[in-house]
Ligand binder design. Structure first.
Ligand SMILES: [Zn+2]
Length: 329
């Protein structure tokens, strides 16, 4: 067996040693029995040639799929790390990707990696459905999916999954829709790098509610001041979120957010967490206004706007922070 990362689509990294440690990747493929092959012929119209190949599995077979960490295993791993006083992980997707590319296979083996297949290279099967069934028969877990006959079927499956996704044992951010018949899929061709026979439908970003504990102003390389809300840690879209950018004073005004407020945070993919709303009904009266600084939090010089730009800048050309960043960059 050899295993590689996707890389740029043409060239990836050789991760064979690490993938061998994943229990869900069989080191030896399972040969389907006669009854199963008979059923394959009946259900998916596989040819004699494919049937014969499956009875021996002699030759080369290429499978693509996703290495992931189940939610439960991720929580368990973090609990153990916490017990030992070690740093916990925030993002299971990054952890899975990082673990596969570890230089030391022992480290990969210590992570609860799992694998789900979603592609079988052409061995003569006619449909994606047949691919998935063959993958299961030769010993792989496959990504959940369903065949839809019309667009309405896909829409209702999308809604069904969007509702169910929190209960799944792994994180998903959307749905991939693919033409079932390989012949049509190939005929549709490719635009740029994207095949026309495949499309992704993403789910709206997940939201969570939490509290604003404080707001700190950071001075960037250009001298721009950015307010960052410190949040009570909350789990959203697969990661622990403990801060969110408030962009500028205008955004604070627009949201009407105060320190102590219960807020709605959202996070799509790897984008910086964002506060999208304030739950004013939950106010206790102890909330505090966010003070817009008149002076730079780093060098104590006056801050001001540049023209009609809404952002605040430190007026000190030699602001400590700017100096430091200049050296760093
Ligand atoms: Zn300054």
């Amino acid at each position: 067996m050899t295993a590689a990362t996707r890389g740029d689509g043409m060239i990836g990294e050789d991760v064979t040693q690490n993938v061998r440690t994943i229990e869900a990747v069989p080191l030896k493929l399972r040969i389907p029995n006669n009854a199963e092959i008979k059923q394959l012929k009946k259900d998916f119209d596989i040819s004699e040639k494919v049937a014969k190949f499956l009875t021996t599995l002699h030759g080369r077979i290429e499978i693509r799929g996703e290495v992931y960490i189940p939610k439960k295993d991720f929580a368990k791993l973090n609990k153990e790390l916490e017990k030992r006083g070690e740093k916990t992980f925030a993002n299971p997707r990054n952890l899975a990707a990082g673990s596969v590319r570890q230089l030391d296979p022992a480290v990969s083996a210590s992570r609860p990696l799992n694998f789900m297949a979603w592609h079988l290279d052409d061995i003569g099967q006619k449909t994606q459905e047949a691919s998935m069934e063959i993958l299961r028969l030769i010993g792989f877990k496959t990504v959940p999916g369903e065949r839809g006959k019309k667009i309405e079927d896909i829409e209702s499956y999308y809604k069904h999954l969007a509702k169910k996704r929190e209960k799944l044992n792994f994180w998903i951010d959307g749905l991939v829709i693919r033409v079932n018949r390989h012949k049509i899929y190939k005929k549709l061709g490719v635009v740029g790098k994207t095949p026309r026979g495949i499309v992704a439908w993403k789910f709206p970003p997940e939201e969570a509610t939490t509290k604003v504990l404080a707001v700190n102003w950071f001075v960037g390389r250009t001298g721009k001041l950015t307010p960052v809300a410190l949040l009570q840690p909350v789990f959203v879209a697969g990661t622990t979120v403990n801060h969110a950018t408030l962009h500028n004073a205008e955004e604070i005004k627009r949201l009407g957010v105060k320190i102590g407020d219960t807020v709605i945070v959202t996070k799509a993919g790897d984008i910086i967490p964002k506060i999208v709303g304030v739950l004013e009904k939950l106010r206790t009266g102890k909330e505090e206004f966010i003070k817009i600084p008149k002076k730079c939090p780093v060098c104590d010089s006056y801050v001001g706007k540049k023209g009609d730009n809404i952002d605040l800048y430190c007026s000190n050309k030699n602001c400590f922070s700017k100096e430091k960043e200049r050296i760093l960059y």
